[in-house]
Design a binder for this molecule. Structure first.
Ligand code: BGC
Length: 925
């Protein structure tokens, strides 16, 4: 027993110890748990994941207590019960670092089908620990060809196929089925499936997923993506049936030129593996094999990406995906083994889905037809609910715009028939949504419906389809037309991100044109969460790269002509570098470095004394070409040499980021040598273009890619300004020059001029198409004009994202959100408020959380609201008459630990700002 005084003394010591200890180990509250846990390029709890070595990322919560991270711990386990204390796969233990993104898994090797659970906690700037995050998980798909027991199956549709436009075989859609019996109760079922073609799968009469046009478009001669679905709830003990609808899609459909490296004349096929775990632990596996049966006598008689569908409801086969169906008249399928050289890999980005619904704004009757105006050029399919008479054919036509006489302008679809037909089997309302095609349209025309009924707006709904990603940023301003431009850019993105980045979504093309992707990629990353999308496509670019290093014109390669174009093939250096800047994911550079080097090798092969002679589409669709040519007036070789240098520089930067110093030096040398050759060949002593046609783009390339010695830059800039002035301060740039205008004019201090160009209303300018009614970005600066009608060329897409490349500058400089350290670890917020704008704001989901910048001018008062996400710092540049005071949150600014003045120039305050929300006010002249 303690004596009383001793006991009190003991209690005192104990409680002091506890208090001190609790202070040292204080845990942050439950609201400060880590959030938004993702793996690799931003996946949340994926099923059928592709990567057994993912990276882990999370965001710190927005909270007064959490400014940055000082340490983290990740635990990974094979069962959620083991977390957090008994992680059997990986425990990083406490790592002292601020890194909260792209942490590479380094635990036990993971296998196909494995489900993995993970959790993280962090310590804040004061060493206080967070609670553990919620438990997240991922489940791997079938990672190796050897995991597949199923075989390719399908009907030989060459027998009943027809010759379509451009003499291409059009395969009839197929219906394939297989019944199976389970004698036991099941616990879990996974369906692994893919196709050479596009498929839609049902189990026991239920659609398995709402994915569209799966498995998507990859370099089919190298890789076909597979999908994984949880079908536990769709399977019962007893009789079951799986049914697959299959059409040509990109694999065996008609693609422009149709000379793909894979054989698209072969009949579409499907590969299925249904793996079922029973409650008693036994396993059953149902595969695609010779026991499957098929027919081409189903309702879908024709399905082509370019041409549309023919659906005959008289041929419907009720219950064909259930066991209540007799398939005795169906044919046996043909069976083929897996191809040795084609890798089957789980789909590495999100599938296409129905994303947005558009209701027609007006309808007009025209003879026996009715036209629905959606007032938004969109991509996808219509959902049609319309009264019909038995035996009649509903014809569904599409157009992006109308001709002045109210008829459909379809010349720009070229040979794409882009029409759907529905043949009714009964009187009354029908419902139809095409499945294996998509269209680019703002107008839908219906004819062949029940003419006794008064047309209604709700007969048609526009279903917008694109790869399933979310918005990633917002931009808005006080200027209506600038907002329309932003909207047109976003719609250009939605319309052309249908599994791969395409040039256009409506005509007989819709291909992965590399130049267009190069130009628009950086803007897309602001507006949408497209890292996965680009990472997947870049894998196709790597796979499509030819042995000599050439990057084909389109990826996947639909042309197969084994040559590359400068400015197009350079997508393989430009996009990886931009993605790295935006994400900070060094792994992405690692993945692409080899391809970049090969591409520089190709540039070298195509050059003599470092002057390029590579084929090039050049400054495609430059307005007012003296040559009268789509390729514009800028010298092909000047363009090739400029891109050679630029790609070498990006490869050197990549080598540097990867810590490869020898290669860094090598590519820096190449850059210097090529730049020197460029300067000597194309620029005279006064900084003027020599020997080739002088164009805005030749100066833009020289300045944007830093190809001239210091002493010539000023003069080159003066010459660029002269060229602009000669064009009445209008652009004369095509696909390659346009994205460089804002960068060059901004960096050379000509922001007023850039604003002038951006707000120009007359041709050629961004607002010109808006003034003519554009709701998307057009292929040409003058695709249509109210006075002259449509551009006479049939190559005249009204949904072509390339000129939307200006969007990057709108975010980075008008709203003012840019990255200094890769991945927005250090952010620069430096908006440029200028007339005619009185306000603008932008927001962006960075890897660390949401950053936003929002400014407004009233008289001479400037106000800037800024949100800086946790675990970053921002440099904020505030325009001001710095003789006047700067105010923060309503009071005179003075340094705090959250915001410090770094520099005070004549016209700006520069501050360093810690995470938080701030409102700055200054006076401007
Ligand atoms: C496409 C372009 C592409 C070009 C090559 C066109 O048909 O639509 O956007 O880049 O060909 O010059």
């Amino acid at each position: 027993m303690f004596k009383n005084s001793n006991f009190i003394y003991y209690l005192f010591i104990l409680s002091t110890f506890i208090v001190l200890n609790v202070a040292a180990c204080k845990e942050l509250g439950v609201f400060q748990k880590p959030q938004n846990l993702t793996i690799s390029e931003g996946f949340t709890n994926p099923l059928g994941f592709y990567d057994p070595n993912p990276t882990f990322s999370w965001k710190l919560p927005v909270s007064e207590d959490v400014k940055s991270q000082s340490a983290y711990q990740i635990v990974v386990a094979s069962s959620s019960d083991l977390l957090p204390d008994n992680a059997d796969l990986w425990d990083t233990e406490k790592q002292d670092t601020c890194q909260s993104v792209w942490i590479k898994y380094a635990g036990k090797a993971l296998q196909s089908r494995q489900k993995v659970y993970w959790q993280i906690k962090y310590w804040n700037q004061d060493g206080e620990a967070s609670k553990w995050s919620d438990i997240n998980h991922f489940e791997l798909g079938l990672l190796n060809n050897s995991d597949w027991k199923g075989k390719w199956v399908g009907l030989d549709t060459a027998k009943d196929s027809i010759r379509g436009k451009e003499n291409v075989i059009i395969h009839k859609p197929q219906y394939l089925r297989k019944g199976f019996e389970l004698s036991n109760d099941l616990a879990l079922a996974r369906l692994y499936i893919t196709a050479k073609g596009v498929f839609d799968v049902s189990l026991n009469g239920e659609n398995v997923s709402d994915d569209v046009m799966s498995p998507g478009f990859t370099t089919y001669d190298k890789r076909i993506e597979t999908l994984t679905y949880d079908v536990t709830d769709l399977i019962e003990s007893g009789q079951n049936t799986i049914g697959v609808e299959l059409a040509s899609g990109w694999y065996s459909g008609r693609l422009l030129w149709g000379t793909t490296p894979w054989d698209n004349s072969i009949s579409p096929k499907v590969l299925v593996q249904l793996e079922i775990t029973m409650k008693d632990g036994t396993k059953e596996i149902i595969i695609s094999d010779e026991t499957w049966k098929g027919t081409t006598n189903g309702p879908l008689q024709f399905a082509e990406i370019y041409d549309g569908e023919i659906y005959n409801a008289n041929l419907e086969m009720p219950y064909w995906t259930t066991h209540n169906f007799d398939d005795k008249n169906w044919r046996k399928v043909e069976v083929a083994n897996l191809d040795k050289n084609v890798k089957l890999e789980p789909k590495r980005h999100t599938a296409v889905k129905d994303k947005i619904k558009i209701v027609p704004k007006e309808i007009t009757k025209k003879d026996d037809a009715v036209i629905f105006n959606l007032q938004q050029n969109m991509v996808g399919v219509p959902l049609v609910k319309v009264p019909m008479k038995k035996g009649d054919t509903l014809k569904i036509r599409f157009a992006e715009m109308l001709s002045p006489d109210g008829t459909f302008y379809t010349k720009n679809y070229r040979s794409a028939h882009s029409t759907d037909y529905y043949i009714a089997s009964k009187d009354g309302d029908i419902e139809y949504k095409p499945k294996f095609t998509f269209h680019g349209f703002s107008y839908v025309e219906l004819s062949g419906f029940d003419g006794s009924k008064e047309p209604q707006k709700d007969w048609v709904t526009g279903i917008v389809q694109y790869s399933d990603f979310d918005e990633n940023g917002t931009f808005t301003s006080s200027h209506e037309k600038l907002n329309q431009l932003q909207s047109n850019i976003v719609w250009g993105l939605r319309g052309n991100f249908l599994d791969i980045p395409t040039d256009c979504p409506q005509r007989n093309e819709r291909l992965g044109w590399t130049g267009d992707a190069q130009v628009f990629g950086p803007t897309s990353m602001f507006n949408a969460d497209v890292y996965k999308f680009w990472a997947s496509w870049l894998q196709s670019v790597r796979e499509a790269q030819l042995e000599d290093g050439a990057i084909p014109w389109t990826v996947p390669d639909s042309r197969g002509n084994k040559i590359a174009s400068s400015g197009w093939g350079d997508v393989c250096t430009i996009i990886p570098w931009k993605i790295y800047l935006r994400t900070g994911d060094i792994g992405f550079l690692e993945d692409n470095f080899e391809m970049m080097k090969q591409w520089i090798g190709y540039h070298q092969k195509k050059s003599k004394n470092y002057i390029s002679n590579m084929m090039s589409f050049s400054d495609w669709l430059q307005p007012f070409p003296e040559s009268g040519n789509n390729r514009g007036d800028t010298s092909r070789n000047l363009i090739g040499t400029a891109f050679f240098a630029h790609s070498a520089k990006l490869t050197a930067k990549t080598a540097k980021a990867l810590g490869k110093t020898e290669e860094q030096a090598k590519y820096e040398d190449i850059f210097k040598t090529v730049a020197k050759a460029f300067n000597e060949k194309y620029f005279d002593e006064t900084g003027k273009v020599k020997g080739v046609t002088e164009t805005q783009t030749s100066y833009l390339l020289a300045l944007a890619f830093d190809l001239l010695p210091e002493n010539k830059r000023e003069n080159a800039k003066a010459n660029l300004l002269r060229k602009l002035e000669e064009a009445d301060n209008h652009l004369r740039t095509g696909f390659l020059g346009t994205p460089l205008l804002s960068k060059v004019l901004d960096e050379t201090g000509e922001i007023d001029l850039m604003y002038k160009l951006l707000f120009n209303e007359t041709y050629p300018s961004w607002f010109y198409s808006i003034n003519q009614g554009a709701t998307t970005i057009w292929e040409r600066w003058n695709s249509y004009s109210k006075t002259e009608g449509y551009n006479p060329m049939s190559m005249n897409s009204l949904n072509h994202y390339a000129y939307g490349a200006i969007g990057e500058w709108m975010y980075e400089r008008i709203a003012g959100i840019a990255t200094i350290e890769a991945g927005y670890k250090t952010i620069r917020i430096a908006p440029i408020p200028k007339a005619p704008l009185t306000s603008a704001s932008g927001s962006l989901n960075t890897p660390y959380g949401k950053v936003s910048s929002s400014w407004e001018i009233k008289n001479d008062n400037f106000q800037l609201k800024v949100v800086v996400p946790p675990n970053t710092t921002a440099q904020v540049v505030i325009p001001a008459d710095t003789k006047e005071e700067l105010r923060l949150n309503g009071t005179k600014f003075s340094d705090t630990k959250n915001a410090k003045l770094l520099d005070k120039g004549k016209e700006t305050f520069q501050l360093e700002v810690q995470p938080g929300t701030y409102t700055f006010q200054s006076k401007i002249k």
